[in-house]
Design a protein. Structure first.
Length: 206
């Protein structure tokens, strides 16, 4: 892992994600990042904000959007990604204000994606650690990303993870074995609410 975040820094990111969505749903504005935050939160980092709906203790995805690469200071990236997740994920209708007490926010801070170097595509599964690595599949104009928590939640092995990431990119599931397909991996530090507006914890995968 290339960096670390304290519990306080992670809690602030999740709190800001929820506040950004609350304020945006009220009047359409994008809040400004808080002042006097730690230097870690001003570094440019890739980040994804996931919003899960909780019904009878069961979670289901309600939105997930982010920035794979470090283009914005982390605190600003979280604000932008949270609003996009809540209002612009094409898989779901925008979240309503009344839903906010039924969803939990999760912030995944990414290391910079690195190309997996192999002599043969058959080596890819051995280069991936389930519960630790996220993947990006890239082929021509097509690109798909899955966070490291996804294969854990679905019980996928390494080959299924590769296939699912190909499909996320709009490609055939076996395109990871084709010449010209690029596979990148990255790791995450993840913080999530344990309940709507509840305690924020660092999430351990595996």
């Amino acid at each position: 892992m290339e960096f670390n975040l304290s519990a306080e820094e992670g809690s602030l990111l999740v709190t800001i994600a929820r506040k950004a969505v609350e304020e945006n749903l009220k009047d359409g504005r994008i809040i400004s990042p808080p002042e006097n935050v730690s230097p870690n939160l001003l570094e440019k980092k890739g980040v994804f904000v996931t919003i899960n709906k909780v019904v009878d203790g069961e979670k289901s995805l309600r939105g997930c959007i982010g920035f794979p690469y470090p283009v914005y200071p982390l605190i600003r990236a979280v604000i932008e990604a949270a609003i996009e997740s809540a209002t612009r994920d094409p898989r779901f209708p925008p979240i309503s204000a009344r839903e906010l007490n039924q969803v939990v926010f999760e912030v995944s801070v990414l290391t910079e994606p690195k190309l997996i170097d192999v002599k043969s595509p058959s080596e890819y599964p051995s280069k991936i650690k389930i519960g630790e690595d996220g993947l990006i599949v890239e082929r021509g104009f097509y690109k798909g990303l899955l966070l490291p928590q996804v294969p854990v939640e679905w019980g996928w092995d390494e080959e299924e993870f590769l296939c699912q990431c190909c499909m996320k990119a709009g490609l055939p599931p076996d395109c990871w074995v084709m010449k010209g397909t690029k596979i990148y991996k990255f790791q995450c530090i993840i913080f999530e609410e344990t309940s709507p507006n509840g305690i924020i914890v660092r999430k351990t995968l595996g």
